[in-house]
Structure formats: C-alpha cells, structure tokens
Design a protein around this ligand. Structure first.
Ligand SMILES: [Fe+2]
Length: 179
C-alpha cells in the first residue's frame, strides 16, 4: 500500500499541481460566493424563525458567516489571488429551499422551525464538505497556514450543525408534532 502511494505521489507533475491549484482557487471562489449570499439568507431565516433559541442560533451564525467571508479574503491574499466570488449553484438552490420552507409553512409555528433547521443543516453539510475538501487540498499544495485557517471555519460549521441538531432534539420536533 505504502509503495503504491509513494509511486502515485511521484507521478504528480508540475502541470498536475497547477491544475490542482486551479481547482483549489475555484473552490475558494465558490464558497466565497456561498458565504456572501448565505449571510443575507440567514438574516431572513432568523427573522422568520418562531423560537427565540433558533433566532439566536441563526443570528450568531450570521456573524460567523461574515467572519468566514473575511477569512476567505485573507486566504486569497495569502495565496496571491484576488478575492473573487463565483456563483455557487448549489448554495443558490439551498437558499431557495429555505425560502420555499418559509413560504409553505405558517408563521409562528414550530413546524416552520423544524423546516428551517432542515434547510440550515443542508447548508451546513454543504459547507462542511467544501471546507473539508479545501483544507485537504491546501495541505497537499503545501499551504499548511491556509489549511489551519480553513479548519477554524470548518469547526464553526460543525458546531452550528451540532447546535441545530440539539435544538431539533430538545423541543422543536416534539412541539411541531403537537401542533
Ligand atoms: Fe460559513
């Protein structure tokens, strides 16, 4: 196994690593667009949430999301690239789903909160997948400082996901089922 791995590593040519860098920068542009648009969407989700706890969770993550954008801008600078956003079709669709939940549920209900948690967790899982992959590519490209920064954001996305699960399990789902 070890021999195979090192053989593959030796096969990485300069142009391969240039292509990997392109993929990496593209991934950063994608998640940068996602973070910028998510901040606005989270504000709307917070306004439309029923319970104070969920409102607060969304508010806190709005602030964190703004920090994530700023961190990405720093990362672009560290690798000598201009901070540029590239439309992320996946995040656009996930935000659209959150809007549909607001439209299809009644104001002031726990069913709405249950739906908003579902939408937000889909967003978090998309971000967790993106940041996890980007962190690994950063390491492969030898940017351990960038990988460490991506890890900070990744941790916050994970904590948010965990908190949303806790809210769902502690009272939201049960109260929604009683409505
Ligand atoms: Fe984020």
């Amino acid at each position: 196994m070890k021999a195979t791995k090192s053989k593959l590593t030796n096969q990485i040519t300069e142009s391969d690593s240039e292509k990997l860098r392109e993929l990496f920068v593209d991934g950063l542009k994608d998640i940068y667009w996602a973070e910028k648009h998510l901040a606005k969407a989270l504000t709307k989700m917070s306004k439309n949430a029923t319970s104070q706890e969920l409102k607060a969770a969304f508010e806190q993550h709005t602030t964190e999301t703004e920090d994530h954008s700023a961190r990405l801008e720093e990362i672009f600078g560290m690798i000598g690239e201009k901070a540029q956003a590239k439309k992320c079709a996946a995040m656009e669709g996930l935000i659209e789903e959150a809007n549909e939940i607001i439209e299809s549920t009644d104001k002031g209900t726990m069913v709405r909160d249950c739906g908003l948690i579902m939408a937000a967790q889909k967003v978090e899982h998309y971000e967790i997948a993106s940041y996890g992959t980007l962190r690994n590519i950063a390491r492969t490209l030898g940017h351990s400082d960038v990988a460490d920064m991506l890890q900070i954001t990744l941790n916050q996305e994970g904590e948010t996901d965990h908190k949303l699960t806790e809210l769902a399990e502690s009272y939201v789902n049960e109260e929604a089922s009683a409505e």
